[in-house]
Ligand binder design. Structure first.
Ligand SMILES: Cc1cc2nc3c(=O)[nH]c(=O)nc-3n(C[C@H](O)[C@H](O)[C@H](O)COP(=O)(O)OP(=O)(O)OC[C@H]3O[C@@H](n4cnc5c(N)ncnc54)[C@H](O)[C@@H]3O)c2cc1C
Length: 332
């Protein structure tokens, strides 16, 4: 019997998120490892999504299970969880991948619980092991080790992966078809109580978006103070780049969580990454190891970040930051 790998396709403002295509690319890699008769399919829920469903079918989804209804315009667990769990019960996917986005991180585990299966969250890699099962890799123990998570006895084997962990490859030429499902088929099975959007408030972007910046200046605990953090931001501005951070600067209140890089933050691929006072924990590295050129400043010559750096500067942030700013400050 053919195996099925599903990708839950996520949309925002009616458009498919990039992470969907990244997961589809990975799903095709996994399908190749599982054997020729493995199919890659997607689930897509929302409103007025016919065009996006066609994009998926042209891009590499052999079947797109589309549930299109005005009541699904905004994500709500009350509707999305029973519908997705119902689709899985009817069609029996072996593997199901979700984006570890704000929605995917709550939706995926809720669907997994409904199906009485497990879900590996925030994976940094996915492979098919010798037994033909999904091996999901997740940083563990403060990022010191990468744990291999298995769900050998239940299906679907589920995993979530953050945006930009996998690369979006070229579309896979398949003859995709759209299988429309009517929301009324779930009548009586949907949760009670409906969530209706009253108002959507968008947070205005702060500085240059991290995923668009060619240069990222990233600070860690070694930056040492709020005053130094301002110097870091000044440097990023002069380099026409964005500021990013590790977890401790968020805890210290020097920086916001929106610019944290790593397993619980964003994954970035700038042309140049300059890290200041960062030790190099796996939780952070897995969000920046696809950067082009990595330059690191750390006063500890043995800092693990140096192992993934192209240029290593063993120096004190306090002495090097002002010098760098002086060097790049526009001359008036
Ligand atoms: C479930 C979980 C999820 C996590 N997710 C993330 C995540 O998404 N992103 C993330 O970043 N972290 C995350 N973390 C935290 C992560 O494990 C590390 O604790 C964190 O990345 C360490 O940040 P750091 O390198 O800035 O600080 P530290 O590890 O404290 O390192 C500071 C470095 O600065 C150097 N230094 C100190 N003073 C100076 C100076 N004056 N000049 C030069 N160098 C100096 C030191 O030598 C040291 O190497 C997570 C942790 C857990 C448990």
């Amino acid at each position: 019997m053919s195996k099925k790998i599903w990708v839950h396709a996520e949309v925002a403002d009616g458009k498919l998120l990039n992470v969907t295509f990244e997961l589809l690319s990975k799903a095709h890699e996994l399908a190749e490892a599982l054997g020729k008769d493995t199919v890659v399919e997607t689930t897509l829920l929302g409103s007025e999504l016919e065009e996006e469903a066609r994009r998926l079918a042209e891009w590499g989804a052999e079947t797109v299970y589309l549930v299109d209804d005005p009541d699904l315009q905004m994500y709500s667990p009350v509707t999305y969880v029973p519908v997705l769990a119902g689709l899985a019960t009817s069609h029996g996917p072996d593997i199901w991948l979700f984006g570890a986005t704000a929605v995917g991180s709550t939706l995926g585990p809720a669907v997994a619980a409904r199906l009485k299966t497990g879900m590996a969250a925030h994976c940094v890699d996915l492979r098919i092991n010798e037994g033909g099962k999904l091996s999901a890799y997740v940083p563990s123990f403060g990022g010191k080790v990468i744990g291999e998570i298995l769900c050998p006895d239940r299906t679907p084997q589920m995993a979530s992966v953050k945006p930009a962990i996998f690369v979006k490859k070229d579309p896979v030429p398949v003859k995709g078809r759209i299988e429309k499902q009517d929301l009324s088929a779930w009548k009586g099975k949907l949760g009670t109580g409906t969530l209706k959007p009253v108002n959507v408030v968008r947070r205005p972007p702060q500085g240059m978006p991290l995923n668009e910046a060619e240069v990222v200046v990233c600070g860690g605990f070694g930056v040492g103070s709020r005053e130094n953090w301002q110097l870091l931001e000044e440097l990023a501005r002069y380099l026409n780049g964005a500021t990013a951070c590790t977890r401790p600067p968020v805890d210290e209140g020097w920086s916001g969580e929106y610019c944290m890089v790593g397993t619980s933050g964003q994954s970035i691929r700038p042309k140049v990454y300059i890290g200041f006072g960062i030790s190099g924990a796996t939780h952070h590295i897995c969000g920046m190891n696809e950067a082009g050129v990595v330059i690191s400043v750390n006063r500890d010559e043995e800092a693990p970040i140096f192992q993934v750096s192209d240029f290593r500067v063993a120096a004190d942030v306090n002495s090097i930051l002002p010098l760098l700013i002086e060097a790049v400050r526009p001359k008036t």
